[in-house]
Design a protein around this ligand. Structure first.
Ligand SMILES: *Cc1c(COP(=O)(O)O)cnc(C)c1O
Length: 419
């Protein structure tokens, strides 16, 4: 399927006159549409709630849109909790799914009334001494081994640092009950960026069965099951996007087959999606600034891996559209590179693209999740602005670009003054 930008060349040029490239821009209409599609897919479950994974796009303006669409916030650190609080999320609108958790973070989460998801058995003690054990606690499961769907190995939970073993779950529920917990959640995240409609239903069957066992073994009341994140997006034009309606129906079937007969038909389903919610609704717009002809053909752009690390870190594919040349023949092969002194600073390698001229605007697709948020300052590079393309077509600056003063803000050294 051809990937279409949510910006025309004309609109992008108009924006770039006000806000210099590079910038990340998000599409409000698209974000709302996806949030509504997810809600509709799980509308069979009265307690359903998506807790947006804040780490994917930690911008309060984006979080506010999601809040308006009925989402909660999934946080994993003290600062993410502060951000959620500033947006107005409170109580059970906040999920605290952390790991290797500092005691102070538990205290903050508890103070906000957040739902606390424990990654490990030993964290029960940390939680108790930090702030006491709340009425409702969630535990994270790691089944070990390989996680496969049919014949395909999706990931290897045995090598993942997250979650408790099956035996530890039972122990944890028992100990938490002794310490006063009354309601329980169950959580697992077994594969990331999955492009199969079977991921959630397969995970749901595993968790539903374990929930029934735990309920029978311990007598605990299980209030919710959190399917966490992991639904992927079609980064490549050749990939088929997930069908969320179908995923919702298949989780529903598993629910009817496993939980309802066990008398657990009141369990709420929660999700903690990041990539699926925001990924396709953000783009990195950058300008072609240089060309270089050596052993390969290079196009240098004004963004670098500091603005989007996924290609450098994971070899991730991000589709590129040269704005204004959407339908031009792909008759050139380029490496599209940033300016870091790091040879992995490449947005594309051997990519077939139309002829690129200096000054062209390149639209790097699907940067709405784990894009700007994974930014960094290597080589003294500054992180870009974030913009919001509002539903009415106007553009709002939702995070300004960093300046040298920001870069030096944590230093106290005579001679460094940036007013
Ligand atoms: C990262 C993360 C998510 C979101 O993952 P996506 O791949 O963006 O859907 C959800 N829950 C937890 C605990 C995470 O660490």
């Amino acid at each position: 399927m051809k990937k279409r930008p949510f910006l025309t060349e004309q609109k992008a040029r108009e924006i770039a006159r006000r806000y210099p490239t590079p910038f990340h821009i998000y599409d409000e209409a698209g974000i709302r549409k996806t949030a509504r599609a997810l809600r509709s897919a799980f509308s069979w479950n009265p307690g359903f709630r998506e807790y947006f994974a804040v780490k994917a796009t930690p911008n309060p303006f984006i979080l506010r849109i999601l809040k308006e669409e009925g989402c909660g916030a999934d946080c994993s650190s003290d600062t993410e909790l502060m951000l959620a609080k500033a947006v107005g999320f409170e109580g059970d609108e906040v999920m605290f799914s952390s790991n290797n958790t500092p005691a102070e973070d538990f205290a903050r989460a508890q103070e906000m009334g957040a739902l606390i998801n424990l990654d490990d058995y030993t964290l029960i003690e940390t939680l108790e001494s930090a702030c006491g054990v709340p009425q409702t606690v969630c535990c994270r499961f790691n089944p070990g081994g390989n996680f496969s769907i049919g014949n395909e190995i999706m990931d290897q939970p045995k090598d993942a640092k997250y979650g408790m073993t099956r035996a530890q779950l039972t122990q944890a529920y028992r100990l938490l009950m002794q310490k006063g917990a009354r309601h329980f959640g169950l959580h697992a995240f077994l594969a990331s960026n999955t492009l199969t409609n079977a991921y959630y239903p397969t995970l749901a069957r595993i968790l539903f069965k374990v929930a029934v066992e735990l309920q029978r073994e311990t007598g605990a009341h299980i209030g919710f099951i959190n399917l966490s994140g992991g639904i992927g997006i079609a980064y490549r034009p050749s990939e088929q996007p997930n069908d969320i309606e179908r995923i919702g129906e298949d989780v529903h079937r598993a629910f009817e087959e496993i939980l309802v007969p066990a008398g657990m038909g009141d369990v709420a389903i929660y999700t903690e999606l990041g990539r699926f919610m925001l990924g396709p609704h953000g783009a990195l717009v950058t300008r072609a600034s240089h060309e270089k002809h050596t052993y390969k053909e290079y196009i240098g752009v004004d963004a670098c891996a500091c603005n989007l690390i996924r290609p450098a870190m994971y070899g991730a594919y991000h589709h590129i559209t040269v704005l204004g040349k959407e339908d031009a023949p792909l008759d050139h092969v380029y490496d599209v590179v940033g300016s870091l002194c790091e040879n992995n600073d490449k947005f594309a390698i051997d990519r077939r693209l139309p002829r690129i001229d200096r000054g062209d605007l390149l639209y790097i697709h699907d940067t709405g999740a784990h894009g700007h948020s994974m930014g960094y300052n290597y080589n003294g590079k500054l992180r870009s602005a974030e913009l919001l393309l509002c539903e009415d077509g106007s553009v709002k600056l939702i995070r300004r670009a960093e300046t040298p003063a920001d870069y030096f803000a944590t230093l106290d050294f005579t001679g460094l003054r940036f007013e």
